[in-house]
Design a protein around this ligand. Structure first.
Ligand code: NAD
Length: 484
């Protein structure tokens, strides 16, 4: 068993065994709350990618032929193992990603819910039959797994996002190659190890560490049948095009710029709490983070004052400390990029009401930052910042607010806070985003629904999780039979 805490140099999991990489390229993985190096990740070679895919291809026929109830039983065991290792997994997430331990626990819980969903694979994979489609002729469709599938993950949910993919793909009968984020590689490694321990034959789950070269190796490999990707928009677009050009099925979930509309009749306590958790939870490093508030009518002054007061009270620090409300961002370079957006916001005429600076300490911390006087044309209103920065745009009407939100090239998530049924109804019908919250700040779908981003937040046809996930990892066969 690989003890993550004592391992300095991560290895690849290929064919049921941990194998040191022969690559000469390694990078440090620091704890973003302290800067201390906690692991070292290899950037694996093309041969190592090939070995992982070959191990998965070799394991595929026997795994596909295992009855679906047996495959589902592995997921029941996996669920028990994940529960037993719940705190360990949450601690890994906090140490390598920086989010607070409570937030990390929420992430692990959300991941386990996908495993619970995958336990229902015997029902989820059912086909259907229609007798006598013509005289004496019957038709049925059945579902089959695809073969080897690859999962490529971002840094911000090191446990939840691999769990969006692996349980559904594997319970459906596929074999899997996971490429965790090189910035948070330990969560995926531990998940794969526990999944193997839950009763998988060697080669059904494999992990190959690295960056772009490993991704390219998977996208171009003839034996990879499908690719699930979650990450930034430009890379999502690249993965979608490249995987499709190599004949693969692909789902690529990209970046976001999420708008929160606040109506004058909103419950102010709940609205402020909802926006604070949406904008500053996980230091804004969530694809569902609220990034722009559209304050409608005369709600703006009170809303802004209360948000600034709440932001000034946020305790920034190490996520393992129970007093901490917001942890660091992932890397010094990412902090500088966020600070670049703060400068740009100032240059373009928005006013910083709080934050915009570093609170001190050894980690990659930033204070929660709120801009007022933002206009839809400003860079900070349009681009994904992926940090603890919230912009407020003042609008006259709900129509204006919806029109501004819909101008975004992203369409991942959005929320409205209101007591008005008609306003909520107009919003849910007209807003161009795939995951929307009504009096909910982070509109995260549960495992049995699709994670359904729109526009440039998603490239593909079938989303992650829910029935879309089952459809993505299976293909259908329609059988027409006549017995005279
Ligand atoms: P990223 O795009 O930098 O990296 C994601 C993965 O792609 C990593 O495994 C990385 O190794 C690989 N990669 C990076 N550059 C590559 C390249 N040029 N070619 C091929 N592969 C490459 O994303 P990140 O910074 O790790 O994650 C944050 C981003 O992910 C944000 O934009 C966020 O909105 C997005 N995200 C989206 C969702 C969603 O559901 N839509 C969920 C979580 C995160």
């Amino acid at each position: 068993m690989q003890m993550i805490d004592t391992i300095r140099t991560l290895t690849n999991f290929i064919g049921g065994a941990w194998r040191p990489s022969v690559s000469g390229h390694f990078e440090d993985v620091p704890n973003p709350a302290t800067g201390a190096v906690i692991a070292c990740v290899p950037f694996s070679t093309g041969d190592e990618v090939d070995a992982a895919v070959q191990a998965a291809a070799h394991a595929y026929p026997a795994w596909r032929d295992r009855p679906v109830v047996e495959r589902a039983r592995v997921m029941f065991s996996y669920r028990e193992l994940l529960e037993r290792h719940f705190e360990e997994l949450a601690t890994i997430v906090t140490k390598e990603n920086g989010k607070t331990i409570d937030d990390a626990r929420g992430e692990v819980r959300r991941g386990i819910e996908v495993v619970e969903f995958a336990c229902g694979m015997p029902t989820l994979m059912m086909g259907s039959v229609l007798e006598d489609v013509s005289r004496g002729i019957d038709s049925e469709f059945t579902r089959y797994p695809l073969g080897v599938v690859a999962g490529i993950c971002p840094f911000n949910f090191p446990v939840m996002i691999p769990l969006w993919m692996m349980p559904i793909a594997i319970a459906a009968g596929n074999t899997f190659v996971l490429k965790p984020s090189e910035r948070t590689p330990q969560g995926g490694a531990r998940l794969a190890e526990l999944l193997h321990d839950a009763g998988l034959p060697a080669g059904v789950i494999n992990v190959v560490n690295g960056g772009k070269d490993v991704v390219d190796g998977l996208l171009e490999h003839a034996d990879v049948k499908a690719v699930s990707f979650v990450g930034s928009q430009p890379v999502a677009a690249y993965v979608y095009k490249t995987a499709a050009a190599h004949g693969k099925r692909v789902q690529a979930l990209g970046g976001a710029k999420n708008h929160i509309i606040v109506m004058p009749d909103a419950d102010m306590d709940k609205t402020v709490a909802g926006i604070m958790s949406s904008a500053f939870g996980a230091a804004g490093e969530r694809c569902l983070a609220g990034s722009v508030v559209l304050a409608v009518g005369d709600v703006a002054d009170e809303l802004v004052n209360r948000l600034v007061a709440a932001a000034n009270d946020v305790i920034v620090g190490d996520g393992l400390d129970s007093a901490t409300a917001m942890g660091p961002v992932i890397r010094p370079s990412h902090r500088e990029r966020i600070e670049g957006y703060v400068e740009k916001g100032k240059q373009e005429g928005a006013r910083v009401l709080c934050g915009g600076s570093r609170p001190g300490g050894g980690g990659y911390f930033l204070k929660p930052t709120i801009f007022d006087g933002v206009t839809p044309e400003m860079t900070i209103a349009k681009e994904e910042i992926f940090g603890p920065v919230l912009g407020v745009i003042r609008t006259k009407t709900l129509d204006d607010a919806i029109a501004i939100a819909n101008r975004s090239r992203f369409g991942n998530a959005s929320s409205i806070f209101t007591r008005s049924g008609p306003a909520a109804r107009q919003y849910r019908r007209q807003i161009e985003a795939g995951m929307i919250g009504i009096n909910v700040g982070v509109a995260a779908p549960m495992a049995f629904f699709p994670f359904s981003g729109w526009k440039n937040s998603f490239y593909g046809d079938l989303h992650a999780t829910g029935r879309d996930g089952v459809e993505f990892y299976t293909e259908k066969k329609v059988i027409t039979s006549r017995w005279a």
